[in-house]
Write a protein that binds this ligand. Sequence first.
Ligand code: TRP
Length: 447
Amino acid sequence: MSKLSAQSWSSQTMFILAAIGSAVGLGNIWRFPYIVGENGGGAFVLVYLLCIFFIGLPILWSEIALGRAGKANPVNAMLNLAQEAKASKGWAVIGFSGIIASILILSFYSAIAGLIVAYFVKSLSGDFANLSPSMAEGMFSGLLSDAGSMVFWHSLVIFLTLGIVAGGVKAGLEKAISIMMPGLFVILLVLLVYAASTGYFSASFSYMFYPDFSALSWSGVLIALGQAFFSLSLGLGAMMAYGSYVGRGASLIKSGLWIVGMDTLIAIMAGLVIFSIVFANGMAPNQGVGLLFQTLPVAFAQMPFGEVFASLFFAFVILAALSSTISLLEPGVGWLGQTFGLGRKASVWFLGGIAWILGLGTVLSFNLWAEFKLVGELNFFGFVEFVATNVLLPLGGLLIGIFTAWVLPKAIRERELPVAGWANALFLFTLRFITPFAILWVFIGGL
Ligand code: TRP
């Protein structure tokens, strides 16, 4: 069995679309607004944007470059590159910790995506008609307390993901993504128009962009950093795996700019919409994981053709989530296949099975285990989310950045990421000195 990736994208555009598909998902639409709300708004957003440009973008470039140069799944790509650089095989730890992080993330991601599917069904059955904010709250807490339904929806999302990755219908999904992405974008524009009509758009705007640093703690800064990694699908090798399928002709620099630009734009749009609804209805911005589920249905209840927009919105978010979950399986499936010759189907079921079981813990964290604290204040979901997002992703990203800046032979780096003159000096300086120290600083401060 070859340790090299056999597949490849049909074009640079297909790669960019698939990578945007991986990046854009619940992280932008569900997670970003609620952690902005929990961390006080503007100052958090500012730190997040700094993390995106000084840490996320250079690490994204590095990660896809390592994938294309290493031509394999994250473990073997790092082994290949370490050999070329005459460096330690220990660098493969990036791949292993990434595979662990990917399964942890998949486990809670699919439980939340399950809630989106449940809301899609609700939108089809007209459940949002005349919904008031307090009814929306009741609807959400009712769903959370129903462990059986949540297990059902979580299982459905895992099955859909496994089916897509195992069944080779990825090509079909890639087509779906190229329609879905513009669709999601258009619906967000419609929601922005609605947000403007509430009269609370400017309140939402200043909440998100007027920095009040007294509202931000050190742990908030670490959460912003973790979110930058989470939203851009960085730090665990997903982008490395996608990068390993990219042909020589594609520009990684340009691709990276597209991915970062679209991902950030969609997160900001989602935030502006959701906070307009929050302020227009006198709701609290810091209500946590339920923020999306308790605000958007209220807006759909009020706007013309709300039922139609609601169904379209939740359908697009399901697709956006699936194009993210499939990328979470890619590193592990590639490694099991390329190293042990395990078939694609077997690898997918094995890894998906682990994620499914762990996901049950997340489901129960919202009902039967709600009071059970695993570590400190964190319940099972909180702990898995914290370890994966705020510990494993930043550390993985740190190693990816250090390897690219200091260990990877210059010729390979310049072949993969050709930037001319002063821009190259700036890029290298950022990657060598700013990015790693910023990650370490935030990481140590935050813990
Ligand atoms: N980026 C996705 C989102 O924002 C989630 C995701 C997909 C991810 N693949 C990843 C996060 C790899 C970290 C690493 O919804």
